[in-house]
Design a protein around this ligand. Sequence first.
Ligand SMILES: O=C(O)C(=O)C[C@@H](O)[C@H](O)[C@H](O)COP(=O)(O)O
Length: 362
Amino acid sequence: MVMQTLKVELANRSYPIYIGRSLISNAELILPHLKRKHVAIVTNTTVAQLYLETLSNALQDAGVKVIPIILPDGEAYKNSETLNLIYDALLQNRCERSTTLIALGGGVIGDLTGYAAATYLRGVPFIQIPTTLLSQVDSSVGGKTGINHPLGKNMIGAFYQPQVVLADIDTLQTLPAREFSAGMAEVIKYGLIRDAEFFDWLELHIEQLMVLDEQAITEAIYRSCKNKADVVARDEHETGERALLNLGHTFGHAIENAMGYGVWLHGEAVGAGTMMAADLSQRMGWLTADEVRRIHQLLTAAKLPLDAPKLGVEKYLHLMQLDKKVADGKIRLVLQQAIGKSVITSDYDAEKLKQTLSLKSD
Ligand SMILES: O=C(O)C(=O)C[C@@H](O)[C@H](O)[C@H](O)COP(=O)(O)O
């Protein structure tokens, strides 16, 4: 199957997304985006064993000097200590403003590397090579970079766009099934928030997707990235519409924080949070019982755990208050008016939210 290409349209910061096979060994896709033949590849211990040599060799064969920076693996390391390890390595290797950082890994590596790139020497270029489904369909696109704070998820960060995104679908062959399912939560999100046709398509192709059928996977990544690129092009800094990409995240981030970062994978927490958003949307009379059933069925077919932890209503509300969408102290939520139609609103019934958070069925 041929490589698919998309563009994120952001005037002079526009960039391409390439989706296909064997992209990591294709230095030709990277070279035009380097200012100088000098890169630092930031990755983690797991991905380094699988793909660092392939990428380094391809670049070195093209005359590029490569500095590897290998970090511990996991959401628990998306913090200021790990960020400092990147700065240390960049400084020790005398990396300059013309050095390009390459993020080789999942969402944690992409977010950490992007934030390091946004801040090192007040800004150096960076490239995203996402190796998980979640990072290929979501976190590598759109320029949200950052780290977690003990008090909240992604609390410190910057909007900083990459030069290019290479989504090599071969990397999904080595991805643990649990991580693949977590990525499916973000894929399904696009259908729910703005693309009912894509949701229908996912219902029809979920079995092929779960066995990594090449054509189905490529199509799902392409359609996800297209949805994301369209939203980001219209609202790069999340002053409005972009907040819809946060469906399930206000609940999900509370779960991740309460359970300890990494205990629930980000996508798993988003999947459970998506069901909570659907439950509240139904209580508000916006989603029908049949629509909620379809959402539950698709997330279940993606093998996502949907039983949110029973934290208690007060704890949920306390953690949700830390969300970046809170305005004038009021929690704003992304809710569903239909499959394919969502809103960001603080105009929901607070009692109904409490019923949702108590996790009791009627
Ligand atoms: O790109 C966006 O905008 C998103 O909200 C995408 C989310 O799926 C992603 O998890 C993002 O990192 C969450 O951002 P946050 O602003 O809620 O921390």
